[in-house]
Ligand binder design. Structure first.
Ligand code: MN
Length: 257
């Protein structure tokens, strides 16, 4: 199997600056959504991406991810302040089998589409997620709740960032979406599922999702990274679809230098 990806970020229609950052640098893919006054949110999300960038081929482990987030956390707290979400997925192997190692702090998200069904892998650290978990509000109500933007965990806002981890089998036909809440605030799961089911390259799908979130209002910064697992040359293709403009270079937005 081979892995191809695309990414798109947009300031949106309301915010003056884009405080989101992303990294596409296999084996690691990251989205970070900065928060805080002045430019501190932008600096915080960039600090997370910079810490992960250029890690090179390595066996990504939860310990290494936690260590990187700890260093970024310290830099943010000793620097401009503010905070940032951090969510990501790494290509890993365990006992010779391929997996996604997914991590999350905050309310950016990782979704997995297998071509028909959509599954949200990450679980938000947010006030509304806690209300949903407690059975006090429905997920639908959470989308419009006045406290929907309040995160309960972030990088930079406490002494010790604590990510959650998931290990998910990685299979041919998988399409993974990493996105900031500027996407999920505008597009519900049905719209996201529909966008991920469409044919086209990962880059085309990332651009389509960002355009959809903009059309729906674009009230926040919008960032999405789309990762496709498809057959290597010579393997049979399970699904059709154009494969134009696939991006195979490391890309980053937000990391200075
Ligand atoms: Mn946001």
């Amino acid at each position: 199997m081979q892995v191809v990806w695309g990414a798109q970020t947009d300031r949106g229609r309301v915010r003056e600056i884009n405080e989101d950052a992303f990294l596409t640098d296999p084996p690691l893919f990251v989205v970070a959504d900065g928060m805080g006054g002045y430019e501190s949110g932008e600096i915080a999300s960039a600090a997370v991406v910079a810490q992960f960038a250029g890690a090179g081929p390595r066996d990504v482990t939860p310990e290494w991810i936690t260590e990187c987030l700890g260093i970024a956390n310290r830099r943010i707290r000793e620097g401009a302040g503010g905070g940032t979400t951090a969510t990501g997925a790494a290509l890993v192997e365990r006992d010779g089998r391929p997996y996604w190692l997914v991590f999350n702090i905050g309310d950016s998200r990782v979704y997995l589409s297998d071509g028909s069904d959509l599954r949200q892998i990450s679980v938000d650290h947010s006030v509304v997620q806690e209300l949903v978990d407690a059975g006090k509000i429905t997920p639908e109500r959470a989308r419009t709740h006045p406290e929907r933007h309040i995160v309960t965990r972030a990088v930079g806002t406490a002494a010790d960032p604590r990510p959650d981890f998931w290990l998910v089998p990685r299979e041919l036909g998988d399409r993974l979406l990493l996105c900031s809440d500027g996407v999920t605030g505008e597009l519900d799961d049905a719209a996201i599922a529909d966008a991920l089911r469409q044919p086209g390259s990962a880059q085309a799908v990332a651009e389509r999702i960002a355009a959809g979130a903009l059309r729906a209002g674009g009230r926040d910064n919008i960032t999405c990274v789309v990762i496709d697992v498809r057959p290597s040359d010579g393997e049979s293709t399970p699904v059709g679809g154009e494969q134009d403009r696939d991006d195979t270079r490391p890309r980053t937005r937000g990391a200075p230098g």
